[in-house]
Structure formats: structure tokens, C-alpha cells
Design a protein around this ligand. Sequence first.
Ligand code: 5IU
Length: 262
Amino acid sequence: PVPVTVRCRWGAAAAAHPVAQRLLAIRDAKRSNLCVAADLCDAADIMRLCEQIGPLICVLKVHADTVDNWTAETASALRAAADRHNFLLFEDRKFADIGHTVVCQASGGVHRIVAWADLINAHGIPGRGVVDGLRQACQASGRAVGLLLVAQMSSKGNLIDSAYTERCLAMAREARDLCIGFIAQERLDDTGELLVMTPGVQLAAGGDALGQQYNTPADVIGCRGADFIIVGRGIYGATDPCQAARAYQAAGWAALTDASSR
Ligand code: 5IU
């Protein structure tokens, strides 16, 4: 298909950050605002999923610390798949400690996150030290990495209130060299320069037994103004993950292009 530049209601001006630019370019070229949460415990299963759905997604989100057999080779294989299929890698570590500690967590340990991830995220709760620590780790890696602040959560009874969300927005605005947007449940910044990726998405609204709450792609993108949907079990838990990914890609894209032309 001929790539289209989405007439995004929030302005294609979004983000001077190189990772945000790559993300938007991939989204438009692949007509996909779908991020898949590959929450599988076996590295081989994750790689298999990558090959099945790679062409349909713009981001693959992982939790490296939940993979039983994670090794340096897992990171290289993911990196190779991401480059081959043209998607970004998002490590959902949700850094939430003092700056000094997150430097070590982001660059060291078994997972060496900033050596392979394109996107990372953090809670705002520690204050700006968490952002400063992550900036230091990213700069030392010599790679372009984008940060998403967790400004809202999808889980029932979470402790985030609107004042906290506002303070995350302010924190992101002060760190535009690193922060490209949020994990949130709605558009937070009406300039459109800070992107929103939304988890808690399935084709039917509902939830799970442990407090997850699901909204539909049409709702989170069309009504709440998110840019990207994050879908885990709705895709990797389906009998045919490829077919499910196609359905979510179509629904996400339809909601975005519909929202953009309004
Ligand atoms: N995730 C959420 N909600 C949040 C945040 C992260 O679900 O508020 I922050 C993660 C957890 C999981 C994925 O990796 O997004 C959603 O997976 P399911 O679609 O399987 O529920």
C-alpha cells in the first residue's frame, strides 16, 4: 500500500525527538498504531510471536524480567527482528527509584535495557531524579531512547489522581530531550507533541480477575484521544495471534484515521 501521512488531529508536528519521529514514520508507513505486549515467559515464544505479527505492529513491548530464559542473545534476536520488520522495542520496566539506582537498572544487570530498547518508561513518583538518572544512562549508551512517563494506569483502584497526572505532564514538558509522551488512558497534552500509548485494550470492554480494565480501540483513540493502543492477551492469547493482530491493527488505524478526519 502507498504510505499515507495520517492527518493527525494532534498535529504531525509531534515531537522533535528522533525516537518519536521514527515511531510516527513507522506508524504511517505500516498503517499501524498497534503496540503488542509480548508478555510470554519463554524467549522462543516471544521470537515466534515477533515473526508472526512483526509486519503488523509499530512497537513490541516486553518485560525482560519476566522471561525465564532471557540472555544477551534474546536482546540481539529481538533487536534483529525489530530492525527487519521495522518496529520499535519497548521495555516496560517502569523505573521508579532514585536517580542513582535507575542508572544501574537501566544500563546494567542481566538485561542491560538501554543497550537494546528504543522506548522505556518510568513512574513520576521519585521526582525529576528518575528522569535525570535515565537521561544519564541513555546518554552513556550512545543510543537514541525515548521515555514515556506513566501518568495513568488501567488497573482498578490504582492510586493515581488527576493532580498526580498533571504533575507527570509538567515533568514531561521539562524533559522534552528524553520524554516523548505517556502511558496513560487519555490525551493529556493538547499540543499533540507528547504522545499517548494506552494499555488495557481489547476489542470488547471488560476486565480480568486481577483488576485489569479493558476499553475498546474506538474508545481509547476515538473518544479519549490516545495515539497508540497496547494489546497483550487479546493478541498473544488468541487462537490465531496473527489474525487477532490484524483485527487490532485495523481497529486502531480506523479509530485514528477517523479521529483525524473529524
Ligand atoms: N500495563 C497495563 N496497564 C497499565 C500499565 C501497563 O496493562 O496501566 I502502566 C501493561 C501490562 C501488560 C500490558 O504488559 O500492559 C497489558 O496486557 P493485557 O492486554 O494482556 O492486559
